[in-house]
Design a protein. Sequence first.
Length: 224
Amino acid sequence: MTSYKINEVFESIQGEGAFTGVPSIFIRLQGCPVGCSWCDTKHTWTVDPDKQLSAAQAMAENNESDHWFTCDTDDLLTLFTQQKYQAKHVIITGGEPCMYDLHGLTDGLLAADYSVQIETSGTFEVKANPKSWITLSPKINMQGGYEVLDQVLQLANEIKHPVAMSKHIDELDTLLQRQQHSQDVLIYLQPISQQKRATELAVSTCIARNWRLSLQTHKFIGIE
């Protein structure tokens, strides 16, 4: 059974996108080479062998640590029980979770009657159970030099695009020209760091395009 490098596991409320307000178990995987300048989880970027802990040690830590631990799917399901988690929606995030083959994890979670959401930058191929909900937050022209892949564009159930200035809207328009999915993909704009100018741009564009606004509500109410 595949083991995954995990930064943290916790239960909270989803604060963004289509599942805003849904009680969720977050599995944050370690590792990401994309290099977003505004990233609020930079502690997940590198996998330092000297930072590995046991699962018990890592779960006892405060968040925003660059320590990590390994778990397979059965271990994670046992951990959910030990922690007495009540949520039935699981969010696989990072880092960049699609650096990993997620078939084993998503298959196991779905078999255990959890719904599964994967949050990805779109820069690595999605390898997961097709019943997984794919949240694409496309990272374009980041310092890592990775491109958003067509495979992820076609699988995306929602596209949640971070914006700060008008060029980010132009980048999204260019990206959507490549999007040929048959279903109605939900388009969200998310102001970067809740900046006033970014928020005003996102609101006006959502109204003009009939798109949706995504706010990081967990930050407004002070939860992880």
